[in-house]
Design a protein around this ligand. Sequence first.
Ligand SMILES: Cc1cc2nc3c(=O)[nH]c(=O)nc-3n(C[C@H](O)[C@H](O)[C@H](O)COP(=O)(O)OP(=O)(O)OC[C@H]3O[C@@H](n4cnc5c(N)ncnc54)[C@H](O)[C@@H]3O)c2cc1C
Length: 495
Amino acid sequence: MVRNQYDVIVVGGGIAGCFAAATAAAEGIDVVQLERKPREQGGFIACGDAIKSPRDPQNYPGPIDMDAIADDEAVLVDNNIDQIEYWDEELGVRKVLPYKDSSNVVDRYEFGQRLLEQAADCGVEQHYDTVVNEVTQNGQVTGVKAVRDGEPVTYECDVLIDAAGAQSILQDMVSFEDLDTPGEPTFEVPHYTHFGSAYREIIETEQPVEYHNAIVGKPLEEMGYIWYFPRTPTQINVGLGFQMNKEPIPLADRLRRDIEHRHEYQGATVAERFGNTNKLGAAIALRRPLDSMVAPGYLATGGAAGTTHPITGKGIRGAAYSGYSAGRAATQAIEDGDTSEAGLWEHNRWLYREHGEAAKLASWDAYNVAASTLDVNTLRAVAALLPEAEIREIVGTSTEIDSLKSKLLVGTGVLKNFVSEYRKDSFETLGMSKRDLLESIRNVRKTRNHVASYQQQYEAYPADPSTFDTWLAERDRIDQTFYDDLGIPPSEQKY
Ligand SMILES: Cc1cc2nc3c(=O)[nH]c(=O)nc-3n(C[C@H](O)[C@H](O)[C@H](O)COP(=O)(O)OP(=O)(O)OC[C@H]3O[C@@H](n4cnc5c(N)ncnc54)[C@H](O)[C@@H]3O)c2cc1C
C-alpha cells in the first residue's frame, strides 16, 4: 500500500476543488487534488452552463486567470446573453428581465478542463482515477483512503478540503462528534431533503432558436423548473430539476414530453461527447450555505458546503469564491500551525462577513422556504403577478432594491400589478380563488422582512467559534419567527 503525505488534500476536480487547490498551491502549500474521473473527463459535469460575470474578480478571486478562460472561445461559447425570460405558456405569461450583469453560457467541459490545467500550473499535484472511499481521523481529520487506478492508497494531510460536490460522500464518512472541539462540533451535516435532482441534455437544433440571447426558465410541477440555455443559437442546454422533498419526477421522460411539442426541437439531435450522447444528471444543493463549514482538519466548499443559489440552483460562482476561501483559510491555518476548528474558522468568517455573498444566499433561502409552502399552481400565479423588479431581486440578478423605501415601492407594485393583470379565466384554469392568491402574495411580501432579518444576522456571523452557539440560537429564533408567521407546521419546517 502506497503512503502519501501532503499539507492539503483536495477531494474533487470540479470548480470548488480547482479554486481551492490552486489558491493553496500558489502560496507554496503542498497540495494533492484527487478526482475519481480520468484526466480527459475532468470537468465533464452536469450543469446548465450559465455563468455570471466571469471576468469579475469578486466572483472568481485567487490565482485562476479567469480573463484567459473568458477569452477562450472554446469555453465561453455564448457571450451574448442579455436577458432572463420566464415563460408560463399555459397562462400566456412571458416575462423578460434585462440582465444587467454580463451573463454567459459556457461549454462546461472545456471550462472544467481549463480550470484543471490552471490548477496544475499553480503547482497542484493531480491524481485522476482516484476514488476516495474513507476519511481517516484521530481527534482531527488526518487524511483519506482511496482506490487509485484499482490500487488502494492512503493519503495523509494537515487539512482535507471537501470539494466533492452536492451530497458529498465524505460528510457521511467523517464522525464529526468524535473530533476534538471545545463544545459540540459546529459543522452542519445537511439533510437529504435540502437537495434537488437535476438533468440536462445538449441538443442541436436545425435552425437558430429565437431566444438565443436569453436564458429561459419555465415552471415545472413539484417546485421544479425547466430551462433552455442556448450555448449557441443552434446548440441548447436543455434541462430540468426538482427538489428532493417533493415527489420524484422521471427527469429524462419529463424533458422529452416538454420538448417534443416545441417546433424548434423538431428534427433536433442530442450532441455527443466521449462517443455517447451528451446527457448528464446530478444532485444540486438547494439550501442555505452550511451554518459552519469547518471541523478540525477539515473544510467543505462549493456544492459540499451549500454555496449554491437556493432558488435558481446556480452554483458555479459560489463554488469558485468558496473554493478560494477554503484554499486561503487552509493556507493560513497551516502557516499558523493551528488546523483546529478555530484555526480554520476564517473560511466561515470570510464567506459570511468579508466576501458576504454567502450571507445573501442564506437570506434568499427564505424565498425557497416560502415557495415550498405554496402548491405549484399558486406559485405560478404569484410568479406571473410579481413585478419584474421583485423577481429580479429574488433570483439575485440585481442588488439595487436595498433601501426600505424601494422595498415598500416594490410591495405596492405587487398589488398594483395584481389589480391590473388579474385575468379571471387564467386563474380559474389554475383552480384558485382571488382571496387565496392575495394571501399567497402577502406571504411573499412578509418573507421580504424575514429575508432582511436573516441578512442582518448572517452579516453578524461570529469572528471565531466561541460565540457561535449564541449566534446560532438567535438565527434559530429567526427561523422560528418566520415559520410561525407563515404558518409552517413543525413537520414541514426545512431546518
Ligand atoms: C443539471 C445541473 C444544472 C446546473 N446548472 C447550473 C447553471 O446553469 N449555472 C450554475 O452556476 N450552476 C449550475 N448548477 C450547479 C453547479 O453545477 C454546481 O453548483 C457546481 O458544479 C458545484 O461545483 P463543485 O466543484 O462544488 O462540485 P462538482 O462540480 O460536483 O465537482 C465535484 C467533483 O468531485 C468529484 N468527486 C465526488 N466524489 C468523489 C470521490 N469520492 N472521490 C474522488 N472524486 C470525487 C466528482 O467527480 C466531481 O468532479 C447545475 C447543477 C446541475 C446538477
